[in-house]
Design a protein around this ligand. Structure first.
Ligand SMILES: NC(=O)c1ccc[n+]([C@@H]2O[C@H](COP(=O)([O-])OP(=O)(O)OC[C@H]3O[C@@H](n4cnc5c(N)ncnc54)[C@H](OP(=O)(O)O)[C@@H]3O)[C@@H](O)[C@H]2O)c1
Length: 326
């Protein structure tokens, strides 16, 4: 099968189209013929080894010390089940599915095996493969952080970086939970962020939300520009700061903040549950959540897609489409 392979860390050109062995499903696995995948900030980190401050060594240990341990990137996919292992009862050949191997990666390929009881779910019928491929990365991240923050209906939530992959999901999921949402983005994305459910939008090129005197129950920082030292004054008395992106110094501060104030900082990797995928699919089916697709590229132009990600100004999700011979 065709796959996009990288054997060293670096710029987008390290990605190469190659022929690799097609995987065979184990007894408990499904083999998925991939129709669409995405380029996420996770792929960018694993390719470039650009890590948040203090995580350089940890990044290398995680992804591979001298070269990538997993040579095929791609955290999420949508496609159809081509075959199933003998113990699989929950999926059948032909099922249209989406899946989220996450840090396990391997979706930049024509086929991928997934454990049937893992992060794989039926594709909502009202979403295209392109949209379903982009359901998981931002959606599961936002869900995991809101779960830890115990987001309640009626709370005020500010999303910094509201136009990115995680931000566009966070705005929609906070709105769905009954929150009053403020999105922070640049002028070009104001209409998009409003259309996702934000009642207020702040253009970060014109206004610094940490200096306007307003306070929030929850602040979600997906950009890394709102650490506790800057945003504590914008949190209500029992406010929670969700550091989707935070450096090691921010993480080390977490216990100290809890000891010395009623405010809370929540940081670290999102813990994803397989049921989160089914929940996101239900929301999508009910018209309550729809992944934003900023750009699409064919599989063969994935290097271009990575060049776009490297700008740091990606809008929503970037989808990679795969054409099969049929
Ligand atoms: N903790 C976890 O488990 C976890 C999980 C997933 C992701 N992450 C991390 O979360 C971060 C965000 O991920 P993502 O996928 O959402 O990234 P992304 O899609 O690449 O985010 C790009 C967006 O950020 C916006 N942006 C850039 N500078 C900004 C600023 N100063 N203020 C407000 N918005 C700004 C851009 O808007 P403009 O073009 O308008 O500037 C763009 O739309 C990444 O660093 C990723 O590593 C962590």
């Amino acid at each position: 099968m065709k796959a996009i392979v990288y054997e060293r860390y670096g710029p987008p050109d390290v990605l190469e189209l190659k022929e690799v062995a097609k995987p065979t499903p184990k007894d408990n696995e499904v083999l998925i013929r991939i129709r669409a995948t995405t380029v996420t900030s996770g792929d960018w980190r694993a390719r470039s080894l650009e890590m948040p401050p203090g995580f350089g060594l940890m990044g290398r240990l995680f992804f591979g010390v001298s070269r990538p341990r997993q040579p095929i990137l791609g955290t999420e996919l949508a496609g159809e089940v081509e075959s199933v292992g003998k113990d699989v009862k929950t999926f059948k050949v032909g099922d249209q599915v989406f899946a989220f191997p996450g840090a396990g990666m391997g979706c930049y390929a024509e086929y991928k095996c997934m454990p049937a009881d893992g992060a794989v779910a039926l594709k909502p019928a009202n979403l295209t493969y392109d949209e379903a491929a982009a359901l998981s990365f931002g959606g599961t991240t936002a869900l995991a952080f809101f779960r830890r923050a115990k987001l309640q209906s009626g709370e005020t939530v500010l999303v910094n970086g509201a136009s990115g992959g995680v931000g566009t999901a966070a705005v929609q999921l906070a709105k769905h939970s009954g929150a009053d949402v403020t999105g922070v983005c640049s002028a070009a994305n104001v209409d998009l962020v409003r259309s996702l459910g934000a009642s207020h939008v702040i253009d970060y090129t014109k206004e610094d939300f940490t200096k306007n005197g307003k306070t929030y129950d929850i602040i979600v920082d997906t950009v890394g520009t709102a650490p506790f030292s800057r945003s504590k004054g914008s949190l209500q008395k029992r406010g929670r700061l969700l550091l989707v992106l935070g450096g090691l110094p921010d993480l080390l501060q977490v216990p100290w903040v809890s000891l010395t104030s009623r405010k809370k900082v929540i940081a670290g990797p999102a813990v994803v549950r397989a049921e989160d995928l089914r929940f996101l699919a239900q929301l999508a089916l009910a018209g309550e959540f729809r992944p934003v697709i900023g750009r699409r590229y064919p599989f063969e132009q994935i290097v271009e897609a990575h060049r776009y990600i490297d700008t740091g100004h990606k809008k929503g999700n970037v989808v990679i489409t795969l054409a099969h011979d049929d």
